[in-house]
Design a protein around this ligand. Structure first.
Ligand code: HXC
Length: 258
C-alpha cells in the first residue's frame, strides 16, 4: 500500500516503519496515525514480518500530535469524531512485537506513541516530554496513564504538570527506555534487537507480549492465570517441541511458527 506520511520497509523479517513528516518534526496527524495502524495490521498478517520497529528522524521521533490540525477544533469536533480513539485501539490490538527507536524529540503524542510500543530503545539525543500543559491541554493518547506505569507517579506528575523534558540517561534510569545507544547506532541497534526477536517463534513472542501486557491490565492473580494459560498452551505448538529438542541436541532451533 502507498503511504504518504510513513515509509515501510520489510527486510529480514523486520518491518521498519519510519515516520515521515520531516517539515513538521513528524507531528502526528490523523492521516499518519491511521497509516501507522494500517501498516501494523499489515505486519500482523504478513508471514515475512516477525517484529516491527517504529522510528523517526534524527531530530525527532515525533514532536507531538499535529497542533495545526487540532488548534481550531471545538470540544464537539473532538468528541463527535472521537479523535484518535479508534486508532489507539487499532494500535493496541497489534500482536507482533513493536520496538520504538527514538532519536531527538518524543513529545506529547510522540512520547505517547513510543510508550504504546512494547519497548523503547533511545538514542543518547532523545528527549521525552508531555508538554501539552504548555498548550492549555493535557495528554490525550495515553500519556497520563502509561507514563506513571513506566516511571512512577512522582516523575509522571512532574512531566505532565511542568512540561519539562527528560533526557535519555534520566529516561533509562527511571525505566522509560530499555537501553540508550549512540545516535549514529540507533537504527543498527534497533534492527539487531528486532532481528533477535525475529529468530524466535512468533507464537511465543506474541504470547510473551500478551502476558506482559496483562500485568498492566489485571490484578496479580488474574495476570498469573493469563501467563499460566499461555504457558501451557505453548506445549501444543511444534515450536515448543523444536525449541526443546534443539536445546537437548545442542543445535540452533528452526522455528516454523506452528
Ligand atoms: C505541528 C509542529 C509540531 C507539532 C513542531 N512543529 N512540532 N507542527 N505540531 N506538534 C513544526 C513547527 O511549527 C515548525 O514548522 C517545524 O515543525 C520545526 O519546528 P521548530 O519549532 O521550528 O523547531 P525547534 O525550534 O527545533 O523546536 C523543536 C520543538 C518545538 C521543541 C520540538 O517544535 C516544539 O515545542 N514543538 C511542539 C511540541 C509540543 O507541544 N508537543 C505536544 C503537542 S500536543 P514551520 O512551518 O514553522 O517550519 C499533543 C497532544 C497529544 O501531542 C494528544 C493526542 C490526541
Amino acid at each position: 500500500m502507498a503511504y504518504e506520511t510513513i515509509i515501510v520497509d520489510v527486510q529480514d523479517y523486520v518491518a521498519m516503519i519510519t515516520l515521515n513528516r520531516p517539515d513538521a518534526l513528524n507531528a502526528i496527524n490523523t492521516q499518519m496515525l491511521s497509516e501507522l495502524c494500517t501498516a501494523l495490521e499489515d505486519a500482523d498478517v504478513n508471514d515475512k514480518v516477525r517484529c516491527v520497529v517504529i522510528t523517526g528522524s534524527e531530530k525527532a521521533f515525533a514532536a507531538g500530535a499535529d497542533i495545526t490540525e487540532m488548534s481550531d477544533r471545538s470540544f464537539v469536533d473532538m468528541y463527535v469524531a472521537k479523535i484518535f480513539s479508534a486508532e489507539a485501539t487499532r494500535f493496541n490490538n497489534a500482536r507482533k512485537p513493536i520496538i520504538a527507536a527514538v532519536s531527538g524529540y518524543a513529545l506529547g503524542g510522540g512520547c505517547e506513541l513510543a510508550m504504546m510500543c512494547d519497548f523503547i530503545i533511545a538514542a543518547d539525543t532523545a528527549k521525552f516530554g508531555q508538554p501539552e500543559i504548555n498548550l492549555g491541554v493535557i495528554a490525550g493518547l495515553g500519556g497520563t496513564q502509561r507514563l506513571p506505569r513506566y516511571v512512577g507517579k512522582a516523575k509522571a506528575m512532574d512531566m505532565h504538570l511542568t512540561g519539562r523534558f527528560m533526557d535519555a540517561p534520566e529516561a533509562e534510569r527511571c525505566g522509560l527506555v530499555s537501553r540508550v545507544v549512540p545516535v549514529k547506532k540507533l537504527k543498527e541497534e534497533a534492527m539487531a534487537a528486532a532481528a533477535k526477536i525475529a529468530e524466535k517463534s512468533t507464537i511465543a513472542t506474541q504470547a510473551a507480549k500478551e502476558a506482559v501486557n496483562a500485568a498492566f491490565e489485571t490484578p496479580l492473580t488474574a495476570g498469573l492465570a493469563v501467563e499460566r494459560g499461555l504457558f501451557y498452551a505453548m506445549f501444543s505448538t511444534e515450536d515448543q517441541k523444536e525449541g526443546m529438542a534443539a536445546f537437548l541436541e545442542k543445535r540452533e532451533a528452526q522455528f516454523r511458527d506452528r
